[in-house]
Write a protein that binds this ligand. Structure first.
Ligand code: PMP
Length: 283
């Protein structure tokens, strides 16, 4: 597998970053994960736009132009002959002697790698996910996609230790999102409900596309927070992310939703999303 590090395409053993990199010392770095289907990046323009916003919110200088980032992404996909999987991209503020304040001068670093993954034919899409609820212990700017991921990492591990697939995080009784995905319920009157955008959640690229497709399919969208009790009583639930598309949730805190099988709305939205992603690169 070939990696990308600051302009160079190198083997893993040569893909190295300094111990003084602020991404390593302060989690002073932002990232994006884009989907690759049939060798093509899906909705990458939107991912690069969100990356620019994350950097801007942190006054982090871009490592190079957006066109140069995209050219490097395409080259890496080609070199790794990636057909289906993920492209991970990370920008950190770069190397500086350790100090909390942002360095006056530092060169942002850009690293990338690819991961082969079966996205279209995921067995979990047939079975549906089981999730548990956990307190949301993250910081208060979850709209910035930083690599400070220890809280969701602890949540994911707690879910696996409990014998389920993932965790939904709850703050003040209301669901924020999954450990690495946006969370939705389908109410008894068939409305699709998901938390509104703000500092409390990440503005998912998949969320944006799926809400657009759902509205086009005639669903009423309610962008309001819901309680974990409402989720346990919903007729369906699902998550979205670049790596899972639309993935049904069939069990929350041991409570089965509906008949415990992926619901019709989740299944329909998954099909619509996948069809669009295979037909168009920008959704
Ligand atoms: N919320 C969180 C906390 C995430 O980590 C992710 C995945 N990066 C998402 C939502 C989904 O975002 P996207 O659809 O852009 O992958």
């Amino acid at each position: 597998r070939t990696f990308y590090v600051n302009g160079d395409f190198v083997a893993e053993e040569n893909a190295k970053i300094s111990v003084l990199d602020r991404g390593f010392l302060f989690a002073d770095a932002v990232y994006e994960v884009s989907t690759v289907l049939k060798g093509k990046l899906i909705d990458n323009k939107a991912h690069l736009k969100r990356l620019a916003r994350s950097m801007s919110e942190l006054s982090m200088a871009p490592p190079c132009s957006e066109a140069e980032i995209e050219a490097a992404q395409l080259e890496l996909i080609k070199l790794n002959e990636l057909d289906e999987g993920l492209l991970y991209l990370q920008v950190s503020r770069g190397v500086a002697d350790r100090d909390f304040a942002y360095p006056a001068k530092s060169k942002s670093s850009l690293v990338m790698f690819t991961q082969v993954k079966n996205l279209l034919n995921s067995p979990m899409a047939e079975q549906g996910l089981h999730v548990i609820s956990i307190p949301d212990m993250r910081w208060k700017r979850r709209d910035i996609k930083t690599v400070g991921l220890l809280a969701p990492s602890m949540g994911k591990q707690a879910a696996l230790d409990a014998g389920v697939h993932d965790a939904w995080m709850v703050e003040d009784g209301l669901v924020t999102e999954g450990t690495s995905n946006n969370a939705y319920i389908v109410t008894k009157d068939r409305k699709i409900q998901t938390r509104h955008l703000g500092h409390e959640i990440l503005s998912g690229i998949t969320r944006h596309a799926v809400l657009k497709f759902a509205a086009e399919a005639g669903y009423t969208i309610v962008e309001e927070p819901f309680t974990i009790e409402a989720a346990r009583q919903a007729s369906e639930a699902f998550i979205t992310s670049a790596s899972t598309f639309v993935m049904p949730v069939v069990n929350i805190d041991g409570v089965e939703l509906g008949d415990g099988k992926p619901g019709p709305v989740s299944k329909q939205l998954r099909l619509i999303y996948i069809k669009a992603a295979l037909e168009h690169q920008d959704l």
